[in-house]
Design a protein around this ligand. Structure first.
Ligand SMILES: Cc1cc2nc3c(=O)[nH]c(=O)nc-3n(C[C@H](O)[C@H](O)[C@H](O)COP(=O)(O)O)c2cc1C
Length: 205
């Protein structure tokens, strides 16, 4: 983001090289004193990208402090591309409030979807009806989690899948009283069949 001319060159080159829509995700700038998100958004629009997502922090911020949405509201006023707002959105109510505040067309969710992939339908439901959807009951939670687990094993294979599944299972279990013991068991499971069985017993019990 520090080299705006280079940003334009990269985006134009990518847009020209592929025949699918190109989207861009950026932060609001590279440092708090240099929030050039609006300039980058204008460059992105001129280069022919299809949509922009913006995280309400600068590179210097890392994950510190709270995301700010004022720069994203300024971006909304400056460009007409579809715009997704990102950063610290962890509930349907917050998604609605941040969309209203910034004027963004949608939200992008990172951490709040870890172990809670149904957050997207909860947000859609709230935006459509203004009502909060009840959290999934145990059997549905188990079915979503086990489906995710099977997909991880199929995609990454037995060896890598076993390791990658650990963090996801920990996220699914993080609000449960016995999460620590459960994680200790699944982290030491020797193979995916054992890990799957442990997860199945835990979430179905
Ligand atoms: C596990 C993880 C991986 C991420 N990987 C990327 C990435 O590859 N590219 C990227 O632009 N942002 C990445 N991010 C940042 C997120 O896209 C997002 O901007 C950030 O987490 C703030 O949104 P949140 O508060 O909803 O998590 C990642 C975040 C997490 C938690």
């Amino acid at each position: 983001m520090r080299d705006e001319v280079l940003v334009g060159k990269i985006l134009e080159a990518v847009v020209k090289a592929v025949n699918v829509p190109v989207t861009l995700k950026t932060r609001t700038g590279w440092a708090r004193a240099h929030r050039n998100g609006v300039a980058i958004a204008r460059i992105a629009e001129a280069s022919g990208i299809a949509a922009l997502a913006m995280h309400g922090r600068t590179r210097e911020d890392l994950y510190l402090g709270a995301a700010e949405y004022d720069t994203i509201a300024e971006v909304r006023a400056a460009i007409s591309l579809p715009l997704w707002v990102n950063g610290d959105i962890d509930s349907p109510q917050k998604a609605a409030a941040v969309m209203r505040y910034t004027g963004a067309n949608g939200v992008m969710i990172g951490r709040a979807a870890q172990g809670r992939p149904w957050i997207f339908r909860e947000i859609t439901h709230f935006l459509r009806t203004g009502r909060v959807m009840p959290a999934p009951e145990r059997p549905e939670l188990a079915s979503i989690m086990l489906g995710h687990l099977r997909d991880l094993y199929a995609f990454y294979g037995a060896e890598q899948g076993l390791r990658i599944a650990r963090k996801h299972l920990a996220w699914y279990a993080r609000h449960q009283a016995n999460a620590t013991e459960f994680c200790a068991r699944i982290n030491t499971a020797a193979d995916i069949d054992t890990q799957y069985r442990l997860a199945e017993n835990h979430f179905q019990s």
